[in-house]
Design a protein around this ligand. Structure first.
Ligand SMILES: Nc1nc2c(ncn2[C@@H]2O[C@H](COP(=O)(O)OP(=O)(O)O)[C@@H](O)[C@H]2O)c(=O)[nH]1
Ligand SMILES: [Mg+2]
Length: 396
């Protein structure tokens, strides 16, 4: 089994790429599963993957790094039930330091589970272009720090959404990325194009198993960046007497987006999953808002729409809640019944990874036992042979 970990900023295209890749591989007769991950409990990404009939598991209530055991349990569970040829695992978009906290620990502690583990970092080419030119990004310094660390730790960087750049912009980013991001494998991708997805999959297939350098990172700034982006998730049911629930859902979304815009709040990722009468539709707003979003939607007459909201915006949880309230008020008319459930909003906690393996000292190539430096803990051996060094091939 192969495990493909995806990192990269909120809204950079990870779920879209995973869904498309999984469907392509399933079409080709492969068994595939997906692990989703986010700060809250009710995840739009999981519902979206499910609605595409792709087997999935999720790690909720925090990132892979802080829930490493849950991630490895899910990997094991999938291996024991579905036995997939490959698993795609998408990390939280505000997460970084994944090499030290997820890839190295998986590679050292769970190596029996898989033949290879790859790491793709996704980035929106338009934001990367500004970043490489040196233009300011619409985020606090701490969030920009996370963005920059994600790029730094990538060995395979997917420079995504190239279809949204004009030709001159594409040439410019190719030039700057090749100049400034030397040593990384770069793929310029349009994830909406199946051929590009196939090329990314071919690249993943060709990558050898490798050890990666852990980041040098300041957790105080990283923690502040996480906290600068409030999380909110909730489910809202809209019932109407005149089959206008779909239209009301769109009005609700529009009010929220306008309110965010009026308050000049930057969006990390604002996602909605709308369901009703066999229809499931994801609507996504990222840092650069697509102003034509409404034109791409179907016009449906539905009496009941179930809507899941996941919001990660540069504001406090109170403000995130106020914005949802504003949306709800905008559709509260006689004949429309709006019911909220599972609402939660919070400031994500300080990242506290289960493991942070920054350095390894191989002590046996054959049995792969490895002594590791686990963050702020004394040097420890992470394999069985530590309990009995005599059993290590090296001592025989
Ligand atoms: N035009 C275009 N849109 C994309 C591309 N990749 C992703 N998107 C859109 O970007 C938004 C965020 O994508 P998503 O996969 O949810 O991002 P994630 O937060 O990284 O998982 C969605 O509306 C996608 O349809 C791409 O290559 N081109
Ligand atoms: Mg996603």
């Amino acid at each position: 089994m192969k495990v493909h970990i995806l990192g990269g900023f909120l809204g950079s295209g990870k779920t879209t790429a995973i869904t498309s890749a999984a469907l392509l591989l399933i079409e080709q007769g492969k068994k595939v599963a997906v692990i989703t991950n986010d700060q809250g409990k009710y995840l739009v990404d999981t519902s979206f993957i499910d609605s595409n009939n792709i087997p999935s598991a999720e790690v909720t209530n925090g990132c892979f790094c802080c829930n490493f055991n849950s991630l490895s349990d899910q990997l094991e569970k999938l291996e024991n039930t579905i036995k997939p040829d490959c698993i795609f695992a998408e990390s939280v978009g505000s997460c970084t330091d994944l090499v030290a906290t997820v890839l190295n620990p998986l590679q050292l502690l769970k190596y029996k589970l898989f033949d290879n583990i790859t790491f793709s970092v996704f980035v929106d080419c338009r934001i990367l272009l500004d970043y490489l030119i040196g233009n300011p990004l619409p985020f606090t310094d701490a969030i920009v720090y996370i963005f920059s660390k994600q790029i730094e730790e990538a060995d395979l960087l997917i420079i995504n959404k190239i279809d949204l750049l004009p030709a001159a912009g594409l040439l410019k980013i190719q030039e700057l990325a090749n100049q400034q991001l030397g040593g990384k494998l770069l793929i310029f991708q349009n994830t909406l194009n199946k051929d590009h997805i196939q090329k990314w999959l071919d690249t993943l297939e060709s990558l050898p198993m490798r050890r990666r350098e852990a980041l040098d990172i300041d957790y105080e700034i990283y923690g502040k960046g996480e906290a600068d982006l409030a999380w909110l998730d909730e489910e809202i049911n809209i019932q109407s007497d005149n089959d206008s629930s779909w239209g009301q859902a769109i009005s609700f979304i529009e009010t929220m987006v306008n309110e965010i815009n009026n308050r000049k709040i930057s969006i990390g990722h604002l996602k909605f999953l709308l369901k009703g009468e066999g229809i499931s539709h994801k609507i996504s707003f990222t840092t650069i808002v697509d102003t034509l979003w409404k034109n791409k939607l179907p016009d449906l007459k539905l009496s009941n729409v179930q809507m899941m909201v996941n919001s990660r915006i540069a504001a406090t949880p109170e403000v995130a809640r106020e914005i949802v309230r504003k949306g709800i008020n905008s559709i509260s008319f006689p004949g429309i019944l709006v019911t909220e459930s599972h609402e939660q909003s919070f400031t994500p906690g300080f990242p506290n990874p289960t493991h942070r393996i920054t350095r390894e000292i191989p002590c046996c190539e054959e049995c792969r036992c490895i002594k590791s430096i686990n963050n702020s803990q004394p040097e420890t051996c992470l394999c069985d042979c530590n309990t009995n060094e005599e059993s290590c091939c090296r001592f025989q």
